[in-house]
Design a protein around this ligand. Structure first.
Ligand code: ADE
Length: 247
């Protein structure tokens, strides 16, 4: 999968993603990241890419021409109909479902803004999706695109090893993941739940499912309504006296 990032700070993207699992995926050729410096497409001597807003007001606005030319420089390589994702707090809030959808694309282009934003005309011309990573304002879109690339990359086949599988992880089914334990069997007087030492796969699976349900009800009750619950799950929720949450 190929990620293209149009940015004023290309090293932020390539340096951050060169570590850990994304770094390994790049080395293995599972993902490819190309950061394109918008400033390289400035046509003035000082390499300015921003100017004062028409109509007045604070801050500077990124000009349309360098952004458009940066996009044009990779358009062919990235292929026709490639999604162009503008990182903005005005966008749709990113979530696991969106990460899954994006992970099916072969190429994605991210556009990162700075200053007070980007001239609206180039956004209208090239952007297909506007995405926010949450209801807060960052200094630029770079960290937001890094987060998206991380979340999308780990869903690309072959990026995670067998041991890092995402089968039961949080949000995969609108349920949070069950608690995990490793050695020692006792830490500061706290014991690992007996069932996990029993070797009984059926009981372990049942316990984990129930823990996922309990955790989701306690920590993220907003999710549980969208979870696919079996008859057994519903019985369990009734048993713990929480059936009002799923009504
Ligand atoms: N740029 C600035 N703030 C942002 C946010 N919350 N999400 C995505 N891009 C942004």
């Amino acid at each position: 999968m190929n990620f293209f990032v149009l940015t004023l700070f290309p090293e932020m993207i390539t340096d951050t993603l060169s570590h850990s699992i994304t770094g390994r995926a790049i080395k293995d050729g599972k993902i490819n990241i190309e950061a394109v410096n918008i400033r390289d497409f400035s046509k003035n001597k000082q390499k300015h890419v921003d100017d004062y807003p028409y109509g007045g007001g604070a801050g500077m606005v990124m000009q349309p021409q360098p952004v458009y030319d940066a996009y044009k420089s990779i358009e062919q390589k990235a292929g026709k109909n490639t999604r162009v994702v503008y990182m903005t707090p005005q966008g749709k809030t990113f979530n696991q479902k969106m990460a899954e959808d994006f992970s099916k694309e072969e190429n994605i282009i991210f556009l990162c803004g700075h200053y007070e934003g980007i001239d609206e005309r180039v956004i209208e011309e090239i952007v297909t999706d506007e995405v926010s990573i949450g209801d807060f304002v960052l200094t630029g879109g770079e960290l937001a695109s890094i987060m998206m690339i991380d979340a999308i990359s780990r869903l690309v086949p072959g990026v995670l090893g067998k041991e890092e599988s995402f089968q039961d992880e949080s949000f995969s089914d609108n349920l949070l993941e069950y608690p995990q334990y490793t050695r020692p069997a006792e830490f500061m007087g706290k014991k690992v739940p007996d069932v996990l030492l029993s070797g009984h796969h059926g009981n372990i699976a049942k316990w984990r499912r129930e823990q996922s349900i309990i955790r989701t009800i306690e920590k993220r009750p907003d999710l549980i309504k969208n979870a696919e619950l079996s008859k057994k799950d519903i019985k369990f929720i009734e048993k713990i006296g929480k059936s009002d949450i799923i009504k």
